[in-house]
Structures are given as structure tokens and as C-alpha cells.
Design a protein around this ligand. Structure first.
Ligand code: NAD
Ligand code: MG
Length: 388
């Protein structure tokens, strides 16, 4: 970082979070620049982003797409294929990595950036779900906050935490809010017939497909409990979930004198993304403001673990520790994909996750290889059953 100017490497720049991150850079050209961009397959959007932000390095998944980009831009380092994401993270010149990849594919890049001593703005919660202990061991006792949450709930918690050291003794609990998703009030006997189209229709947030399904099953909230456990070094018995359908209160911190601090705002990811990029500073965002009389009422209730078993399974795996959360995450990724492709019904997602967790023997998650083995084995077992 020179003169407060931050060079950002954006992984997953063509996705929902990636595009919002580009808006933040666009808004503060003097403050942020793009060191690198990565995309899965959307070569046209990536081309437009390269023209606008002039990064020095890019990654795109397929070799044909990579060749297309090389033809279009001559002075660009182009990465592709297996190991390419890790390579760009290891070689590009940047101050902060914004990891907005979806799924376990984001784990190695997070690890690589942290091992390089870089700061990571983390949207890819799966990194912490599958390898939280390992990632915490890399960061160690580093006083500088190296991992900055992009997830709105965790950003809210960070904004509510006292800045003075030793704050942990004063925290009684952390309360994560959950919208409850589109099926918050649906009776249990209707769950089996839920279609992908219905599950993709989130009431308050507009997001990528995978997290939208995870939000509808509340698996996402289970992931976020594990994420909070690692980000804020908070034991599971101090982490609570509260359903709040309006998505205005983004999360809360309760202190030992009974005070509860909350961060409120309209549901828009640009605030948490920009805060992670500018932390510890706050930069302005123009536009719509929260006006509570328009919202009228804010509702809160306990989550229903019976209708939403994914959340319980995920938190159980977090408490078990080791490679158990990696198995849950892998099973969930496969199950969500099978559901979106109409190969299984909605309740099949939690059934697959539950049987994967029962079949998994957790090992100590102390290396990338052990964690990735658990991920690979879990996927293989499920896919063997569903091979057409
Ligand atoms: P998305 O599907 O919209 O975008 C994912 C990005 O990753 C795309 O650029 C895609 O091309 C890229 N990608 C996917 N698979 C890849 C692969 N195998 N190799 C290389 N690139 C690949 O997802 P999103 O909604 O932006 O979510 C990204 C992450 O942020 C997820 O972990 C999600 O849980 C988290 N998150 C998202 C939101 C949100 O509002 N969208 C909020 C909180 C947290
Ligand atoms: Mg969230």
C-alpha cells in the first residue's frame, strides 16, 4: 500500500460479489486499483472488466478462453488451468486479495495469500468452513487483522466490536441474523416439492445461485456460525442465530453488562465489501438510506432446526471439528448441484449431507492435503451413487 492506495486482486470478478467489488473500485479510482481479475467462463464480461480496470494479471478457467484473452490483450499475464488460481495469488503484485470465488475452490487461494503475508477480504466463506483451524494457524498471533469479512453478518460484528484490545472478555454472545429465506413459514410437508426456481427466489438478497440455495436451506447460516467461530475466536456456545426476515439488522454483539450493539442498513453487499477493502476506514457510499419508519417493524424469532436440518448438521460438524466441516461442505456442494440439475428433490440436500457426515471419519485438519482428501472422498462417494 502506497499513500493509502490499495491494489486489489479480485478472484471471481464476474460473480455477484465480484461485480459489486468492481463498483467500489469504480467509485474510488484514486483510492483503489485492480491488480488482477479472475473469471470462471464469462470471457465477455472479463474482457469488459480488463478494458475498464487495466489489471496486470488475469486468470480464466478454460485454455480456449485464455487464448482469446491473450489475443485481445498483449501485455497481460494470463493464467489458466489447474493451479492457475494459486499461481496468480502467488505471483501478482497486490495489497489485498478479495476472494469472491464460490465453493471449496477458494480455499487454496486464501491459504496462498495469507502465507504470502497478504491481507484477505473474504467473501469465500467456504475457505474458513473447510480449513478454519488451518487458516488460523497460518495467521497465528498477528495483531494486524489479516482476514477481513465480506459476509454482511461478520462485517456487522466487526463494526460492533470494540477496538480496544482485550475485548473478548467483555463479549457474552454474538448473534447472527438470518433472513430465514423463502421457506421461512412453509409447512414441513411442503418441503419435498420445492423446485429450484422457488428456492432461487430469495426474499431480500440478490446473490449467486449456490449461496441462494444455501440461504434457503439455512446451510448458509450454519457456514456463517463456523465462519464467526474462526474469525472472532469465539466458542460455539457463545454464537447464536436469530431469524430476522427484513434483513435490516445485519448481526449483533452482546456484552457482559447486557448491552447489545447492532449494525443496521439496507440489504446491499457494497457496504461490507467496501468496508473490508478500506478497513479500518469508512468511505462514503451515495444512494438510498435506511429510513426505519419505511420498514415499520423489525421481527425476530428462533430458527426452526426441524424444518431446516442443514443448519444443525453444519454446526454439529463445526463442533466436531477436524475434517468434518470439509465433508459437510463437499456434500452440500454436490447436493446443491444435483438439486439445481433436478436430479434430486429439495429434501435430498439435507439427506445427502447427513449421510455424508455419518459416513465420514474426521481427521485432524492440519494440512491442505488432509482437508482436500476429505473433500474429494466425500464428493466421490456421493457422485458414485448418483452416476447416471
Ligand atoms: P457467484 O456464483 O455469483 O460468483 C462466483 C465467481 O467465482 C464467478 O466469478 C465465477 O466465475 C467464479 N468461479 C466459480 N467457480 C470457479 C472455478 N471452479 N474456478 C474459477 N472461478 C470460479 O457467487 P457469489 O454470490 O458472488 O458468491 C461468492 C462467494 O461469496 C461465496 O462463497 C458466497 O457464499 C459468498 N457470499 C456471497 C454473497 C452475495 O451477496 N452474493 C454474500 C455473502 C457471501
Ligand atoms: Mg451472510
Amino acid at each position: 500500500m502506497v499513500n493509502n492506495h490499495t491494489k486489489i486482486l479480485i478472484l471471481g470478478s464476474t460473480g455477484s460479489i465480484g461485480k459489486s467489488a468492481c463498483n467500489c473500485v469504480r467509485r474510488f479510482k484514486y483510492r483503489f486499483s485492480v491488480a488482477g481479475l479472475t473469471a470462471g467462463s464469462n470471457v465477455d464480461l472479463l474482457t469488459g472488466q480488463i478494458r475498464e480496470f487495466s489489471p496486470a494479471s488475469i486468470y480464466i478457467t478454460g485454455s480456449q478462453n485464455a487464448d482469446l484473452i491473450k489475443d485481445r490483450f498483449k501485455n497481460l499475464s494470463v493464467y489458466s488451468g489447474d493451479g492457475g488460481l494459486e499461481q496468480i495469488v502467488n505471483e501478482a503484485d497486490y495489497d489485498i486479495l478479495l476472494n469472491a470465488l464460490v465453493g471449496a475452490v477458494g480455499f487454496r487461494p486464501t491459504v496462498a495469500a495469507l502465507k504470502r503475508g497478504k491481507r484477505v477480504a473474504l467473501a469465500n466463506k467456504e475457505s474458513l468452513v473447510i480449513g478454519g483451524d488451518y487458516i488460523r494457524a497460518i495467521i497465528g498471533q498477528d495483531n494486524e487483522r489479516r482476514l477481513l469479512p465480506v459476509d454482511s453478518e461478520h462485517s456487522a460484528i466487526l463494526q460492533c466490536l470494540p477496538s480496544s484490545p482485550g475485548h473478548h472478555n467483555t463479549i457474552e454472545s454474538i448473534i447472527l441474523t438470518a433472513s430465514g429465506g423463502p421457506f421461512r413459514s412453509l409447512p414441513k410437508d411442503k418441503f419435498a416439492s420445492i423446485t429450484p426456481e422457488q428456492a432461487l427466489n430469495h426474499p431480500t438478497w440478490s446473490m449467486g445461485k449456490k449461496i441462494t440455495i444455501d440461504s434457503s436451506t439455512l446451510m448458509n447460516k450454519g457456514f456463517e456460525v463456523i465462519e464467526a467461530h474462526h474469525l472472532f475466536a469465539t466458542p460455539y456456545d457463545k454464537l447464536r442465530v436469530c431469524v430476522h426476515p427484513q434483513s435490516i439488522v445485519h448481526s449483533m454483539v452482546e456484552f457482559h453488562d447486557g448491552a447489545v450493539l447492532a449494525q443496521l442498513g439496507l440489504p446491499d453487499m457494497e457496504l461490507p465489501i467496501q468496508y473490508a477493502l478500506s478497513w479500518p476506514n469508512r468511505l462514503p457510499i451515495p444512494g438510498k438510506r435506511l429510513n426505519l419508519p419505511d420498514i415499520k417493524s423489525l421481527d425476530f424469532s428462533d430458527p426452526d432446526m426441524d424444518r431446516f436440518p442443514c443448519m444443525r448438521l453444519c454446526i454439529d460438524a463445526g463442533k466436531t471439528g477436524g475434517t468434518a466441516p470439509a465433508a459437510v461442505n463437499a456434500a452440500n456442494e454436490v447436493a446443491v448441484d444435483l438439486f439445481l440439475n433436478k436430479r434430486i428433490g429439495y429434501t435430498g440436500i439435507s439427506e445427502i449431507v447427513e449421510s455424508a457426515l455419518n459416513e465420514h471419519t474426521p481427521l485432524k485438519a492440519d494440512s491442505v492435503e488432509v482437508i482436500e482428501d476429505a473433500d474429494r472422498e466425500t464428493r466421490k462417494k456421493i457422485l458414485n451413487k448418483y452416476r447416471s
